[in-house]
Design a protein. Structure first.
Length: 219
């Protein structure tokens, strides 16, 4: 069954480049980003893994753990890490899951249930749907799913922007408008009545329409 925002992220046990993990236990009280790759030694994914290694401090300061996934085995991941370091300047400094039995890719609805066999016999095109970004909250619920084609590198700055919005709106009864970024004005959530809003925003709000109530970003 297809996963949706608000569903509990499938839990699993897996071997990773940093040892065996139980996924929900590994997340703990943090946020998490799971990003998947069709196959090791693919060019676009090589750039992405290197970028995420360099961007890890940005995720760390937001309390977000990052973890990669590929259906190739651990020994291939370790070889690939050397290429990533040499070509991108930084080796992965986060775990990379070895999903060589396809169980996690299937659980996250990225491969059909009938897929089986040796992952080494599969081409990147065979696994092209294993190319998602999933943001998971401390409650283990899925907060965002992005799916990309193989030929388009993912925008992880956008993932950070979405996480900033998710974390802000989890704490305050607001929503973020188009192209919002940290420090921009926000919108009072529709679930908040005007009377309730006056308690939080006694100075009022900008309202080009009754259903649009714009206020400075709360801190």
């Amino acid at each position: 069954m297809a996963l949706r925002i608000g569903d509990t992220a499938p839990d699993f046990e897996a071997e990773t480049t940093e040892g065996k993990i139980k996924f929900h236990e590994w997340i703990g009280d943090d946020w998490a980003v799971l990003f998947s790759h069709p196959k090791d030694f693919t060019p676009v994914c090589t750039t992405e893994l290197g970028y995420m290694a360099n961007a890890k401090p940005e995720f760390d300061k937001r309390g977000v753990k990052i973890i990669g996934l590929s259906v190739d085995p651990l020994d291939k991941h370790e070889e690939w890490a050397k290429d990533i370091e040499e070509t991108q300047g930084t080796a992965p400094n986060y775990p990379l899951i070895a999903d060589s039995n396809f169980e996690i890719a299937k659980a996250y609805d990225m491969l059909p249930a009938e897929v089986e066999g040796d992952p080494g016999d599969r081409t990147p095109a065979d696994n092209q749907t294993v190319r998602n970004v999933v943001v998971i909250g401390p409650d283990k619920k899925i907060k965002m799913i992005l799916a990309y084609p193989m030929t388009t590198g993912r925008n992880f700055d956008e993932v950070l922007r979405v996480i900033d919005s998710l974390q802000l709106t989890a704490k305050h009864k607001v929503a973020t408008p188009v192209n919002w970024k940290q420090g921009d004005d926000v919108i009072i959530a529709g679930s908040v009545s005007d009377d309730e809003a006056k308690e939080t925003y006694p100075e009022g709000w900008e309202s080009p329409r009754p259903y649009i109530r714009i206020v400075p970003q709360p801190h």
